[in-house]
Write a protein that binds this ligand. Structure first.
Ligand code: AP5
Ligand code: MG
Length: 217
């Protein structure tokens, strides 16, 4: 693995899509995985290492809830049941966030897309910016480990969707029902890499970096 300091000077890499004249040198990553698989934990380290913009729809929604906006109040009821908020809500949030960061070297999507409709919308939004998803890194963690991690975090996080085992399990069911197909969607473009999400945070980070570095070299 190359050192963090070298990674900070992320080399620009054109996409292998010769029909686009206006190639933007961005590298966009989807960090994919079920609730509790470590997306947020690893995102923090990856954005620091690669200079990407972190876009977490869960964090954006929790910010709306904290500010008690109408969107936040509506979303809270859905999130508290462990279900997904409507596609158009999260797609709108991501569209605004992309527009707000025109000079980004790339985006790290965490918890988005979560449905095929969201994936298709994201592809269109990125296409409008002459860029695309570089890789989908899919964290793999057993269900019992997910439940253990989330309930453990629920002891201190204050997240109302973490402190009730029925809700935690409902989130995982929702993932299998609506979100796991997102990996199949990106598999058709050969963009998905499965990464073991159990082990130490550093071990998992090293595996993720190794997959990213292969695509940047
Ligand atoms: P969101 O905030 O995205 O939550 P999530 O995907 O359910 O998962 P978490 O954020 O809880 O887990 P994570 O994978 O980030 O793991 P973390 O690093 O935190 O979504 C919340 C809700 O918002 C959804 O249920 C839905 O209602 C709504 N929503 C969000 N996006 C949406 C979308 N696109 N469409 C529709 N609705 C949407 O780690 C978890 C715990 O494990 C932590 O305590 C951490 O310290 C620990 N941990 C991490 N790594 C390790 C390790 N290697 N070993 C041991 N413990 C570890
Ligand atoms: Mg998260």
């Amino acid at each position: 693995m190359i050192s963090i300091s070298v990674k900070c000077f992320l080399r620009p890499r054109p996409y292998i899509c010769c029909s686009r004249k206006d190639i933007k040198y961005m590298f966009n990553i989807i960090l994919f995985g079920p609730p509790g698989s470590g997306k947020g934990t690893q995102s923090e380290k990856l954005i620091a290492a690669y200079g990407l913009i972190h876009l977490s729809t869960g964090d954006l929604l929790r910010s709306e809830i904290a500010r008690q906006t109408p969107l936040g109040l509506e979303a809270k009821h859905i999130m508290d049941r462990g279900q997904l908020v409507p596609d158009e809500v999260v797609i709108g949030m991501i569209s605004s966030a992309l527009d707000a960061n025109p000079a980004s070297k790339g985006f790290l999507f965490d918890g988005f897309p979560r449905t095929v409709a969201q994936s298709e919308a994201l592809d269109k939004l990125l296409h409008l910016k002459n860029t695309e998803i570089g890789v989908v890194l899919a964290l793999e963690v057993s269900e019992e480990e997910l439940v253990k991690r989330l309930l453990n975090r629920g002891l201190t996080s204050g997240r109302s969707d973490d402190n009730n085992e029925a809700v935690v399990r409902a989130r995982i069911v929702e993932y299998h029902k609506k979100t796991s197909v997102v990996a199949e969607y990106y598999s058709q473009f050969k963009k998905v890499v499965h990464v073991r999400g159990e082990g130490t945070v550093t071990e998992i980070f090293d595996s993720l970096c190794s997959e990213i570095d292969k695509r940047l070299s």
